[in-house]
Design a protein around this ligand. Structure first.
Ligand code: NAD
Ligand code: ZN
Length: 380
């Protein structure tokens, strides 16, 4: 047992006091874990666009003050009552959507939408008692998607932690705790392109580039990257993209451009932008008869998907997924092993790193569309 087990820990956390305002590094009190909870020392975290949407709170419910962060790697510090799968010292990746292992979804081979622990972006408290484990002078600071990794210590439900190989470098595999697994799984587990097929990827950030990587692994012969930011195209070649389309270069809808390039439409498309117009284009650009489109981007809360039903009648399929359909506890340890066996490269997704004290720089980079993933080191 560590000397801190069962006690309140005081540590640094990056607190978002208000929507869109720079995070402030504060000393927070982190309560001990309750039943089925685990307290984790975060070593590395990275920024995903989902954090930015909820921090901006332009198209999402504002919940403040809040500690964001959901893509991370850490070490178990202590465990609450009833936790038998994890012990202090275990290396873990927190995941925004959990796996209780007992509900109908966890027992289904098809679903990762756990009844108890599925993503809930508007809840800022722990399930056990409806309260936050973070306080500053007794005032609660809310959680984000059950992970809140922009803190040196955090408390999560045991079902939101994937136990991984302790030899895996946490500064690299932390990106598997959201973005890279999401994109990879969206292609490999949901879109399932056949060898030789044509795949369009909308949005070439970390999630989209991981989706492209999945298409390459699946043996797609053409991988068409679609992005509004032309700076993404050069980088995307490293991830298997063979052609590029910038919708801004055409005066017709991008789905028509793609249909012309591919003799009627792509076999599969994966949308990783979060923008409703891109979601509709990603669906309408798939070939009739067999095309499958997969939505991954997190939409604006008022967004409505509108397409003519004939597009579905003509035998196109529309799907969506969280976390690439992976079950975090069951599947993620083996994705980490793929990296350890050098079957999956993560380094090329990591373009920047900053000390925790400069976490706001990671936000600036993402807002400017620079780089792919920025790793934030908690010990600096
Ligand atoms: P990112 O900002 O790094 O990349 C998004 C890319 O999309 C950018 O390059 C941007 O230029 C491009 N883009 C924006 N609008 C576009 C449009 N209309 N057409 C074409 N390209 C466009 O973001 P990211 O971290 O890679 O995340 C991508 C999306 O995936 C976000 O919406 C994020 O919230 C979502 N996400 C979903 C899940 C899930 O489980 N479903 C998990 C993680 C992230
Ligand atoms: Zn994410």
């Amino acid at each position: 047992m560590s000397s801190t087990a069962g006690k309140v820990i005081k540590c640094r956390a990056a607190v978002a006091w208000e929507a869109g305002k720079p995070l402030v590094i504060e000393e927070v009190e982190v309560a001990p874990p309750q039943a089925m909870e685990v307290r984790v020392k975060i070593l590395y975290t990275s920024l995903c666009h989902t954090d930015v949407y909820f921090w901006e709170a332009k198209g999402q419910t504002p919940v403040f003050p809040r500690i964001f962060g959901h893509e991370a790697g850490g070490i178990v510090e202590c465990v609450g009552e009833g936790v038998t799968d994890l012990a202090p010292g275990d290396h873990v990746l927190p995941v925004f959507t959990g796996e209780c292992k007992e509900c109908a979804h966890c027992k289904s081979e098809e679903s990762n939408m756990c009844n108890l622990l599925r993503i809930n972006t508007d809840r800022g408290v722990m399930l056990n008692d409806g309260k936050s484990r973070f306080t500053i002078n007794g005032k609660p600071i809310y959680h984000f998607v059950g992970t809140s990794t922009f803190s040196e210590y955090t408390v999560t439900h045991v079902g939101c932690l994937a136990k991984i190989n302790p030899l895996a470098p946490l500064d690299k595999v932390c990106v598997l705790s959201c973005g890279i697994s999401t994109g990879l799984g969206a292609t490999l587990n949901v879109a399932k392109p056949k060898r030789g097929s044509t795949v369009a990827v909308f949005g070439l950030g970390a999630v989209g580039l991981a989706a492209a990587e999945g298409a390459r692994i699946a043996g797609a012969s053409r991988i068409i990257g679609v992005d509004l930011n032309p700076n993404r195209f050069e980088e995307a070649k490293k991830f298997g993209c063979t052609e590029f389309v910038n919708p801004k270069d055409y005066n017709k809808p991008v789905q028509e451009v793609l249909a012309e390039m591919t003799d009627g439409g792509v076999d599969r498309s994966v949308e990783c932008t979060g923008h409703i117009d891109a979601m509709i284009s990603a669906f309408e650009c798939v070939h009739d008869g067999w095309g499958v489109a997969v939505l991954v981007g997190v939409p604006h809360k008022d967004a409505v998907f509108k397409t003519h039903p004939i597009n579905l009648l003509n035998e196109r399929t529309l799907k969506g997924t969280f976390f690439g359909n992976y079950k975090p506890r069951t599947d993620i340890p083996s994705v980490v092993e793929k990296y350890m066996a050098k079957d999956l490269e993560l380094e090329k997704f990591i373009t920047h790193s900053v000390p925790f004290s400069q976490i706001n720089k990671a936000f600036d980079l993402m807002l400017k569309g620079e780089g792919i993933r920025c790793i934030i080191s908690m010990d600096e």
